[in-house]
Design a protein around this ligand. Structure first.
Ligand SMILES: Cc1cc2nc3c(=O)[nH]c(=O)nc-3n(C[C@H](O)[C@H](O)[C@H](O)COP(=O)(O)OP(=O)(O)OC[C@H]3O[C@@H](n4cnc5c(N)ncnc54)[C@H](O)[C@@H]3O)c2cc1C
Length: 377
């Protein structure tokens, strides 16, 4: 089979369109969401109105969108993704059509958010130890759950992962339940004063004796872990691409600056101490980009990509953080100011060394895949 590293004509055209939109419309408001800690709904609606966020787009094209938006404004990247594909649980499978249709339409129009609640106070990494549970009582689920790290704790709807089967079944005891925020017993008592990713308010959401209809189960009963794992596998490439976007913008800006900034009689670009780290960054970003688009290509072609997603998750947020840090320091004292975007990019990228699976857990997944393979082979 021939290897083709190119994008299709439609994808190239889409890149031009979303790039122009990002640079002309998003860029001027980049600091607004960061300073005011606001969800950039207005930008999502504008992009939807221009036909830039299509739910039918393939994963590679979504990746292009995330990379170009991340290049300009990290905070817009995730809400743009959600509007094209509400957390991959896009059809809200299992929910009655009359409930799911208006929700999907509101999300795709940028008017609503469906947040995902996975992490618990006892830890996000140890999924088998989750304490949140739901019990079927006649035609209703009675849910008692605490999810303490939800991006968009102010969301209109939640999909939360709860134990619905015997604890001995471990990860196979978990199911996903859909809960509108206005349901009695839902409260969001705590919002974290995060250092970055300010476009999404992260906080704790409690579900105390919450009752929802029995058909508010998303996907199959007892299969939530598989569903979430598949969602995370692909999402890791999107996270990677928004970090790559932010880091590439930093490198591009630094290349321009290094040619202008004269120190000791020469532009600093002429010192290898400056040009080599930038050459290394450009190389690393290209390699990371290939990994991310490979993951999305695998997804589009129905191939499993758990190991690749985990590789991306531990490596790309750590690598891009270092790239941005280097670019900041090449700008000298100017870089160490919020007038330039580097400090915001560092704060934003750092969150994604944790969110959606930490570096350690991601390495554990890569190692598991390697050693399982070694055992079998
Ligand atoms: C920006 C951001 C957005 C987020 N959004 C969401 C969201 O929308 N929904 C949601 O449910 N959660 C969300 N989270 C939470 C995130 O998914 C969890 O923080 C993450 O899964 C880790 O869980 P924890 O913080 O409880 O750490 P813990 O599980 O308590 O782990 C603590 C530390 O120990 C390490 N560790 C744990 N086990 C091992 C091991 N076996 N070997 C080596 N090291 C180990 C971890 O890597 C970590 O460094 C978000 C977090 C952030 C920062």
């Amino acid at each position: 089979m021939a290897i083709n590293f190119g994008f299709s004509e439609e994808q190239e055209l889409y890149r031009l369109q979303i790039k122009r939109f990002a640079r002309e419309v998003l860029r001027p408001r980049r600091q607004e969401w960061d300073r005011e800690k606001k969800r950039p709904e207005a930008m999502v609606r504008q992009a939807v109105d221009l036909g830039l966020l299509d739910i039918e787009m393939d994963h590679v094209t979504r990746g292009i969108m995330i990379e170009e938006v991340g290049y300009v404004d990290f905070n817009c990247a995730l809400p743009f993704l959600v509007a094209t594909e509400p957390h991959e649980l896009k059809s809200l499978p299992g929910l009655p059509e009359e409930v799911s249709r208006p929700v999907r339409e509101a999300v795709q129009a940028g008017r609503s958010i469906v947040a995902v609640g996975f992490t618990e106070p006892s830890g996000g990494s140890n999924v088998a130890g989750f304490k949140s549970h739901a019990v079927l009582e006649g035609d209703f689920w009675r849910v008692n759950a605490v999810k303490n790290s939800i991006s968009w704790a102010d969301a209109d709807y939640f999909i939360i992962t709860c134990r619905t089967e015997e604890a001995e079944k471990g990860i196979w005891s978990l199911s996903n339940i859909f809960i509108p925020k206005d349901t009695e017993g839902v409260s969001a008592p705590r919002v974290f004063d995060d250092i970055g990713t300010h476009g999404a308010v992260r906080g704790e959401v409690r579900f105390e004796d919450v009752r929802v209809p029995a058909n508010y189960l998303i996907g199959e009963r007892g299969k939530a872990y598989r569903m979430m794992a598949e969602l995370f596998d692909t999402n890791r490439a999107y996270i990677g691409l928004k970090c790559i976007g932010a880091a590439q913008a930093s490198v591009d800006e630094t290349v321009v600056y290094a040619q202008d900034r004269v120190v000791m009689g020469k532009p600093i670009s002429q010192y290898q101490g400056i040009s080599f780290p930038l050459a290394e960054a450009e190389t690393l970003l290209e390699a990371a980009r290939l990994l991310c688009y490979k993951i999305l290509w695998m997804r589009d072609n129905g191939l499993r990509h758990t190991k690749e997603g985990a590789m991306c998750k531990w490596w790309v947020p750590e690598m891009t953080f270092e790239v941005v840090r280097k670019c900041l320091t090449i700008h000298g004292h100017y870089g160490y100011s919020s007038e330039l975007p580097f400090e915001q990019r560092l704060r934003d990228i750092l969150g994604w060394q944790i969110g959606d699976g930490t570096s350690e857990l991601s390495k554990l997944m890569v190692a598991r895949a390697m050693f399982t393979k070694a055992g079998v082979g």
